[in-house]
Design a binder for this molecule. Structure first.
Ligand code: FEO
Length: 158
């Protein structure tokens, strides 16, 4: 396989591990606040991301290419609100989508059909990943609106 593509596939394996680390940090943040449902969602997300990294790992091994491990960056650990957490999730997933699209474009340009076929799973997965983050954001905004309306209501007490 093309050297540059192998390097970038390894880079994406690392980025998926970072994603797992980021979501585990978010899970830990929620757990510390006793928001156990949010923490559970993030735990599952972190496990999924580890699974994504393993797909790259297995694909590279399957192609007899070298798997290279790099340092995993330190994730953030503090957010102002659940909405701030999920706004970071969507931003992160949009970045993943861009990286996957770039890998797809590179595999097309290089005529690397096995990599192209492998990456299609990620193209579809990213549609779901973005949609589930947007869904939580919309619900959090509705909750915020409801609290604001209740606050206005309570302010009317005489
Ligand atoms: Fe593996 Fe959420 O992208």
């Amino acid at each position: 396989m093309n050297r540059e593509l192998v390097k970038n596939l390894n880079g994406q394996m690392n980025f998926e591990l970072y994603s797992s680390y980021l979501y585990l940090s978010m899970a830990s943040h929620f757990k510390a606040q006793n928001l156990n449902g949010f923490a559970h969602w993030m735990d599952i997300q972190a496990k999924e991301e580890f699974g994504h990294a393993m797909k790259f790992y297995n694909f590279l091994h399957g192609c007899n290419e070298k798997v290279e491990f790099g340092a995993i960056a330190k994730p953030p650990a503090k957010w102002d609100s659940p909405l701030a957490v999920f706004e970071q999730v969507i931003k992160h997933e949009q970045l993943v989508t861009k990286r996957v699209n770039d890998l797809v474009s590179q595999s097309v340009t290089l005529g690397e059909h096995a990599a192209f076929a492998f990456l299609q799973w990620f193209v579809n997965e990213q549609v779901e990943e973005e949609a589930s983050a947007v869904n939580v954001i919309q619900q959090l905004k509705l909750v915020g609106k409801a609290i604001f309306m209740l606050d206005n209501e309570l302010a009317k007490r005489t």
